[in-house]
Design a protein around this ligand. Sequence first.
Ligand code: FMN
Length: 194
Amino acid sequence: MKILAICGGLREESNTNKLVRKIAESSGCDYEIVELGKLEVKPCTGCSECMMNEGKCPIEDDMQNLYEKLIDTDAIVLGSPTYYMNISGAVKCFIDRSLALYYRGIGPVYNPEMPFLGQRPLAGKLGVVVTTVAGGGHEKALEALAFCMGESHRLNLVEKMAEVIGMNDVHDMPEVMKRAEEAGKKLGSSLKQT
Ligand SMILES: Cc1cc2nc3c(=O)[nH]c(=O)nc-3n(C[C@H](O)[C@H](O)[C@H](O)COP(=O)(O)O)c2cc1C
């Protein structure tokens, strides 16, 4: 059982990424950390090539490798800082580009009455989404993460975390780290039951 843990914070000391790592480490499962800040993931251009070409996105960047990792994993942890009461631009680029997966011909059809919405190859995988924020707006960011990964990609989200950090280092906030640990344990035990 393997977890793909996607760190969406681009800062070296990103609190979001610290929580993503804690969740993955606490799961007791094998995991791979992916840092979006170390990859090139360009924005989706909306060209629709993926829809007509078996899910092949024509943009040749690091997302190509991420597509395979997303398909191959059993669970996904995705973290985004809250920016302007929403997910960050880097995480939005990643999520927008993930749309190409719908057209690979894998997984359940999303809506038989609307075949152009494609299939869902990640359906049934487990997931945790997490955001951190200085003060407020995290609810909307969490809603966006849950919509993209839960409702749209059809992951079963075992935990949704939104943590108010202020200007602190989350490693100095034991109660928050404990919640991340518990989320990781829940993900691990859920994975072992699948
Ligand atoms: C572009 C930008 C937008 C932000 N928007 C908000 C916001 O809407 N509400 C808020 O309380 N904090 C906001 N912040 C602060 C971050 O949410 C907060 O510092 C977060 O924990 C950063 O995550 P990181 O440590 O993973 O980088 C913003 C920061 C940046 C850089």
